[in-house]
Design a protein around this ligand. Structure first.
Ligand SMILES: Nc1ncnc2c1ncn2[C@@H]1O[C@H](COP(=O)(O)OP(=O)(O)O)[C@@H](O)[C@H]1O
Ligand SMILES: [Mg+2]
Length: 220
């Protein structure tokens, strides 16, 4: 479903070149839930950005759903991402001037999905936020914001969800409740998940856990 082939990525930092991946090979099968752990600065967020096509590798390729990123130009990658990938971030990344419903509807509008409002309300209900539909992000708690973000990540039925420390900014109890929702919806929709986390408990909910060390992913 997801194949990472001989991926090389480095950053230029001033006069230095920082190698993040020299030759990364990795695969995630369809509907699998995979956790990625690793020290801060090891390249976990870089890996998710590469999988989403937001940043380009120096060399190598990523194939998602049989489509090679090498074969797409920038606008094709942007369309592909909007259609096939859902995101959940540590800092929620909600649009501050849109209410919960409008935030959830955003990706659907980009993809031209029919009846996005109905679907968004249904998703907000399924994450227990039917009473918060017209609230702005500033009127929501951290856990509520992340549940809006989860609904938003799923509205366009993406093939894969990329989650970057989704419970990292939440207290333990709220984090568990939010992860319960994420996993419940992902299992229901057979969505593939690549989840970056520092929490062993969150990782344990996935079928496979890998540790990113020195640019390589090793199964734990
Ligand atoms: N745009 C960038 N330019 C230069 N260096 C970067 C950039 N993004 C990340 N880095 C560096 O790459 C390394 C990996 O970063 P990151 O992928 O964010 O790690 P993690 O998510 O595992 O904490 C860090 O040393 C970081 O400083
Ligand atoms: Mg990170």
């Amino acid at each position: 479903m997801l194949k990472i082939k001989s991926l090389k990525k480095s950053y230029i930092q001033g006069s230095h070149t920082v190698e993040i991946f020299e030759d990364l090979n990795f695969q995630v099968k369809e509907a699998k839930r995979v956790a990625i752990m690793g020290k801060s600065g090891s390249g976990k967020s870089t890996l998710l950005s590469l999988i989403s096509g937001i940043i380009k590798p120096n060399s190598g390729d990523i194939v998602l759903n049989n489509i090679s990123y090498k074969d797409m130009n920038e606008s094709q990658i942007n369309d592909f991402r909007a259609t096939n990938i859902g995101f959940v971030f540590q800092n929620f990344h909600l649009v501050s001037y849109l209410n919960a419903l409008e935030n959830v509807m955003l990706p659907a509008k980009v993809c031209g999905i029919e009846n996005p409002k109905e679907k968004a309300i249904e998703l907000l209900k399924s994450v227990g936020l039917e009473h918060r539909i017209d609230h702005l992000p500033s009127q929501l708690s951290g856990g509520e914001k992340q549940r809006v973000a989860i609904a938003r990540a799923l509205i366009h039925n993406p093939k894969i969800i990329l989650a970057d420390e989704p419970s990292g900014n939440l207290d333990e109890e709220t984090g568990i409740a939010v992860m319960d929702k994420l996993f419940e919806l992902i299992k229901k929709n057979n969505t593939t998940l690549v989840l970056v986390t520092h929490s062993k408990d969150v990782a344990a909910r996935c079928e496979e856990t890998y540790k990113l060390v020195s640019g390589n992913l090793t199964r734990c």
